[in-house]
Design a protein around this ligand. Sequence first.
Ligand SMILES: NC(=O)c1ccc[n+]([C@@H]2O[C@H](COP(=O)([O-])OP(=O)(O)OC[C@H]3O[C@@H](n4cnc5c(N)ncnc54)[C@H](OP(=O)(O)O)[C@@H]3O)[C@@H](O)[C@H]2O)c1
Length: 163
Amino acid sequence: MNLMVAVDERWGIGKDGDLLRRISTDMKRFRAMTTGNVLILGRKTLESFPNKKPLPNREHIVLTQNLGYQAEGVTLCHSIEELPQLLKGFGDKEVFVAGGGSVYEQLLPLCEKAYVTKIHDTYPADTFFPNLDELPEWEIVDEGEALEDEGIKFSFVLYQKKR
Ligand SMILES: NC(=O)c1ccc[n+]([C@@H]2O[C@H](COP(=O)([O-])OP(=O)(O)OC[C@H]3O[C@@H](n4cnc5c(N)ncnc54)[C@H](OP(=O)(O)O)[C@@H]3O)[C@@H](O)[C@H]2O)c1
């Protein structure tokens, strides 16, 4: 499985249950890469989506410890241990870990590639992603060019786990 995340220069990813910034170029890329595929996300990230609803045209596996939790149009998963069996039901679809902080942290060891949108700025944040530059098992394989959207500078950086 792979992951997609948008980080600022301090690897901040969220504040008060929401993203730090919305970059439409990044959102479009996220949609293009994940449509038709499978997202794994935490319950809090699902609830940060518009109307707390899953995104169209993608399968969602939502982690929650709450056995009574109900959400329409998603597959619930109550522990990381349950995941491999659940994923077998999704055949050959590509699987993307889509946050938030707690889910990235737990599933990072299972990921091969990290599609990191690096925002060239810092914002107040309360949720962070592990700094991949400090983890020896990860390396950058594509730096990505500097881009700008509505005044926000960013780049798409691809990290890969060393073989
Ligand atoms: N920048 C980005 O790319 C990006 C992407 C996604 C999210 N975010 C941001 O990240 C923040 C949310 O992250 P977060 O860490 O607070 O929440 P989260 O990871 O989205 O969700 C946490 C919840 O997931 C469930 N969970 C996590 N691990 C589990 C496990 N092993 N077994 C069962 N359930 C498990 C629990 O739900 P229950 O409490 O129901 O048990 C837990 O409270 C928001 O600010 C969001 O906007 C940023």
